[in-house]
Design a protein around this ligand. Sequence first.
Ligand code: FES
Length: 254
Amino acid sequence: KFILDLTVTENLQLHTNYVLLKLTSQSLLPEMLPGQFAEIRIDGSPSTFLRRPISINYVDRKRNEVWFLIQLVGDGTHQLAKAKQGDVINAIMPLGNYFTIPENPSNKLLLVGGGVGIAPMLYLGEQLAKNDCKPTFLLGARTDKDLLQLNDFSAYGEVYTTTEDGSYGEKGYVTQHSILKKIQFEQIYTCGPKPMMMAIAKYAKSNNIPCEVSLENMMACGIGACLCCVENTDEGNLCVCKEGPVFNINKLLW
Ligand code: FES
């Protein structure tokens, strides 16, 4: 992992509660894999932790850029969202493990994202597409205003959506989407709110579909020191920041 000073190239406001930060580095950005994250230092806010974990949303190698999708939830993220073009942001990255990309991926891979948990699915989709696979995306959110980057996703595969209020796509939760009855998927990857991931894991188990989840447990140190991110697994309590964030559902005691 590296400690990098990244320069903001773009700060895009996506609806009211989300920003997309695009950052570049003077040196070539390191190798990063889908599912990995960065610990981003929050400067200028006394009431926040020193760093925040933000998952890697996309890597644009041509422009030497890394993208972070940020939901504005508290002081730290509001502070981050103020970053302007040219500002420097310090990040430790890449951290954590990553999604398993099959050697010969089939076209029956399902990538499920909920809320801001869609973030790693874009980079995963791009990497799968690079391996000649056309993944299916199933993205869920509370309302149409929380469904983000749909155009970016559609560059790599078919996109299906749900909203809880029915303002876009099918009404309800991702697990209720009709596509799950139409296609027998061979592998599922998911990231989002825990109840959603648990429901997806249950669906995957009952249909015998291998499934990996990226956990978003609260993190502080990001390096396995504070133990605030532990998850109960078949090997006991594991730090999500160090041993994860990606786990096969068979490992989790859900
Ligand atoms: Fe501190 Fe994982 S965030 S141990």
